[in-house]
Structures are given as structure tokens and as C-alpha cells.
Design a protein around this ligand. Structure first.
Ligand code: BDR
Ligand code: CA
Length: 311
């Protein structure tokens, strides 16, 4: 195992775009997935964990899967059944499960993996930030073991689940506040970016034409995800969560700006809104690289060529 690989914990709620992000992360040789932790969000944590187990089984991944928080820190759970379906991964016939989740909860496994790693890890968070927030609250001493957090969440203006809030942040604003105020380096993939990470019907056909079992499953997931977004007026299916992984292996595809991000936790109408202040001057408190744009075609090419490496 090359020491140049990027060790990561993927904290997710699969979820169609989480699933594609997992396929991509698994296939990229630069990325070394040490743990897949799950959280309630797109569906209940029972369902997101089962879905993670399905993907890990299908890909024969070595990383353990650990079940995380079943609800946000202080709020009732909101799920995204209207986007991801009753299973959280509706559409194609889902793979059988051969791999169980480990006994230990996600929190304990995150601690273990961070403590045992020979170098600091990157946390890729593609869901509500409950697990990551808990980790930072309960074990702040482990911050030195975290290289950075690459997360999908938030927006600069406007939301997808309330007029001003993006789903992952809206589900658990308090946890997001803990993460954004942690002082750790953060790469943020907000909606303005991820709504440009579109896969069109011809891209889906390109993936399907690879013909492998992996490509056929991804194409089936994307068919469903596209149909949901077509009804909402999108020009393709937005691969939100892929951005948080792809930026680690192909940062040149993305453009961003440094900034400060705060999370509204006490708003009457604006809970979960990210208040983003981009800075043009050196700001010692700016700890977030806010990704603002990407080269869609290069990202899709990268996804296709990456999927071509899987059986
Ligand atoms: C985010 O919400 C979830 O439904 C997706 O998986 C993604 O992480 C987009 O707002
Ligand atoms: Ca997600």
C-alpha cells in the first residue's frame, strides 16, 4: 500500500449520489478508504447502513462499515424519501449484502481509525454532519489527526430543502455549526457547485455502454436519480456528493475561493442556512475553501474513465 495514498473516512447516507461517490472513491487508487460510516439523512440510519453494506459487498471493499447517528443532535430527523425513494436507493435491483456492519458504532470506529492511522486522515462527509460533529465535540484532541474535511453541504444563496437551506445542513444545523467552527481546514461543495455536476442522459448511456456490472448498477441508479430531477426541471442528475471526493483526486477541475462559513441555528425561517463570506484578502479566520465552479465535461470524463477500471 503506497504511503502517498489519501487515507479517508467516508461519512455518508446512501443515497444515489453518495453511492456514486463511493464507487468513485473505491476505484481511485489515490484514495484509501479506511472506514465508511453512516448517518440518518436521506433515509433512516437502518436503511442508509443497509445501502452502504450493499455497495461495500458489491465492490468487495475492505473498509469496515459502521452505523452512526440515528437522529440529529437536537432535532427530529428529516428524510429525503421524495428524492431517494423508500429504500434510500430506489431504482435498480440492489446488490445482496455479504458484509455486516461492525458492532462498534461509527463514533468508536472513527476514533479507532483516527488513532491508528500513521498519518492524518481526510474526512469526506456527504450527509448530515451529526457523526462528525459528535466526534469533534467529544474528542477535540483528535483534531490533530484530521487533515481536512471535504463536505457536500450548504449554499451561498438559496436552498434545496427550504428557501435558504441545503438538505445536509438543514438536517443537523447544530452539528454543522460544530464542524464549521472547528478551525479545521474544510473544503465545501455547496449547491452552486454541485448543481453544475450534472450527468445527462447521454452521459448515463456512456456509463451504461461500459457494460461491466459496476457500470450497469451505476447507470441504473442514475436513471432513477435523473427521473426525479427531470421532474424538478434539472438538465441532468446533480452528483452532489461526487464533488466532495473528486476534489481530492482532481483539484484542477474545480475553482474556489477562501472564506468563512457560519450556520444559522436559531432562525425562524432560515435554520440550516450557511452564511458564506468570501474573502479577497488574507483572513486568519477563513478556514473554508468554498468550491464555486467546475469543468463538468472533465468531471464526467473522469467518472467514466474511473468506472471503466471496475469490473
Ligand atoms: C445532498 O442531500 C442528499 O439528498 C444528497 O445525497 C446530497 O448529499 C444534496 O443536498
Ligand atoms: Ca448524501
Amino acid at each position: 500500500m503506497s504511503s502517498n495514498r489519501i487515507p479517508v473516512i467516508v461519512d455518508c447516507d446512501p443515497g444515489h449520489d453518495d453511492a456514486v461517490a463511493l464507487f468513485f472513491a473505491h476505484a481511485r487508487k489515490e484514495i484509501d478508504i479506511r472506514l465508511v460510516s453512516t448517518v440518518a439523512g436521506n433515509q433512516t440510519v437502518e436503511k442508509t447502513t443497509l445501502n452502504a453494506q450493499r455497495i461495500i459487498s458489491f465492490l468487495k471493499m475492505k473498509a469496515p462499515v459502521a452505523r452512526g447517528a440515528s437522529k440529529p443532535l437536537f432535532r427530529d430527523l428529516i428524510t429525503a424519501e421524495s428524492v431517494h425513494g423508500e429504500s434510500g436507493l430506489d431504482g435498480p435491483v440492489l446488490p445482496d449484502v455479504h458484509i455486516s456492519a461492525v458492532e462498534q458504532p461509527a463514533f468508536s470506529m472513527m476514533v479507532k481509525v483516527l488513532e491508528e492511522s500513521e498519518k492524518p486522515l481526510t474526512i469526506v462527509a456527504t450527509a448530515a454532519l451529526t457523526n462528525v460533529g459528535l466526534l469533534l465535540l467529544l474528542r477535540p484532541d483528535l483534531k490533530s489527526r484530521i487533515e481536512r474535511i471535504s463536505l457536500m453541504g450548504g449554499s451561498l444563496s438559496g436552498g434545496n430543502w427550504s428557501p435558504s437551506a441545503e438538505f445536509n445542513i438543514l438536517v443537523d444545523p447544530e452539528a454543522a455549526h460544530v464542524v464549521f467552527s472547528s478551525g479545521l481546514p474544510i473544503i465545501m461543495s455547496p449547491l452552486e457547485l454541485t448543481h453544475r455536476a450534472l450527468v445527462t442522459t447521454s452521459d448515463i448511456e456512456r456509463i451504461r455502454s461500459i457494460g461491466s456490472r459496476s457500470a450497469l448498477l451505476v447507470a441504473g441508479l442514475l436513471d432513477y436519480f435523473w427521473k426525479v430531477h427531470e421532474r424538478a426541471g434539472f438538465l441532468g442528475a446533480p452528483l452532489h456528493d461526487l464533488c466532495a471526493v473528486a476534489v481530492l483526486t482532481a483539484p484542477e477541475i474545480f475553482q474556489g475561493k477562501r472564506g468563512r462559513v457560519q450556520v444559522e441555528c436559531e432562525g425562524v425561517y432560515s435554520n440550516g442556512t450557511t452564511v458564506v463570506s468570501l474573502v479577497d484578502f488574507p483572513d486568519p479566520d477563513a478556514n473554508v475553501e468554498v468550491l464555486l465552479d467546475l469543468d463538468r465535461e472533465v468531471l464526467v470524463d473522469l467518472l467514466v474513465t474511473t468506472l471503466e477500471t471496475l469490473d
